[in-house]
Design a protein around this ligand. Structure first.
Ligand code: SF4
Length: 282
């Protein structure tokens, strides 16, 4: 059985001696956790910890204990045999392999697909299409289509995140024709609005009236007042304004974002004889 998917799980503690292994996961939520043996997350954790212990050469362990330590429901515990762990390994591998199959019996729904790490390779989600004309659609169909839209949105978000991570990696994992990561815009804020105001009012008492009419007290708005006072373009007096505000402005950079690059899009169309490639259109 082959799969290209990776599986990971997060837990809080793993201690072991020659013969006993204890794995613990702390839960602080108010919902009652499923018992360890019935809990899919804990079964995956048990199997992955056991697999890693074997790989590290600790193959004499006889007892393999897994605990959920819940703040509100106490300690839930299960002990797994090696035979059970081997069974979990086989079934997990089978699940991963079937996830990649075009004929996988998957039934996507917003509740189960939300944040599913396999959504990018899930054939069931990739087959989702909303074809209905909203005007002739019954309320039940509308509800079904809204469910589809929720899953498609999750797929799109994860797809975009995958592309961003690849472009931002050092070195980048790939280049995407027509797309680039554009640096985020700079945002400027005052460290202390009252000090900024008093510096502006030192120019001339009339400036105070203009400042009092402002809805938001931000450096760009103050710069406009400053430029109006000197009858100049804000761009031309930014340097002098920054000098006046010396130490009163902090600059932060917004997150970079994935952007389409116009020239590259023209090239992509040219490759299809100047037509929008229909098979690629969303
Ligand atoms: S995306 Fe949804 S249907 Fe596909 S594997 Fe994940 S949970 Fe299952």
């Amino acid at each position: 059985m082959k799969t290209t998917l990776n599986l990971s799980a997060r837990f809080d503690r793993s201690v072991f001696s020659e013969e006993i292994s204890l794995t613990q996961d702390f839960k602080t939520g108010y919902s009652e956790p499923d018992p360890v043996r019935l809990n899919a997350q804990m079964r995956v954790i048990a199997m992955l910890v056991a697999l890693n212990l074997i790989r590290a050469g600790h193959n004499k362990i006889k007892r393999f204990i897994v605990q959920i330590i819940s703040m509100h429901y106490g300690v839930l515990e299960a002990e797994f045999s090696w035979a059970e762990l081997a069974g979990l390994y086989d079934s997990t591998l089978a699940t991963l392999a079937s996830l990649e199959s075009d004929t996988a019996m998957l039934q996507p729904s917003p509740e189960v697909c939300d944040k599913c790490p396999a959504i990018l390779v899930c054939p069931a989600v990739q087959r989702l299409v909303v074809r209905a004309n909203p005007i002739d659609t019954t309320p039940v169909e509308l509800a079904r289509n809204l469910d589809k839209v929720a899953m498609i949105k999750e797929y799109c978000e994860q797809f975009e995140e995958f592309c961003k991570k690849g472009l931002l990696a050092e070195p980048p994992k790939f280049a995407i024709p027509g797309y680039e990561m554009a640096p985020g815009a700079e945002t400027r804020k005052f460290t202390d609005i009252e000090t900024a105001k008093s510096r502006m009012c030192e120019l001339d008492p009339s400036v105070s009236n203009a400042l009092n009419k402002l809805k938001t007290h931000t450096p760009p708005n103050y710069l406009k007042v400053y430029a109006t006072f000197y009858d100049r373009d804000p761009k031309d007096c930014k340097e002098a304004f920054d000098k006046l505000m010396n130490g009163q402005i902090v600059t932060t950079q917004n997150k970079s974002s994935l952007k389409r690059v116009k020239n590259e899009i023209v090239d992509a169309r040219a490759a299809f004889g100047g037509q929008e490639p229909k098979q690629l259109a969303l």
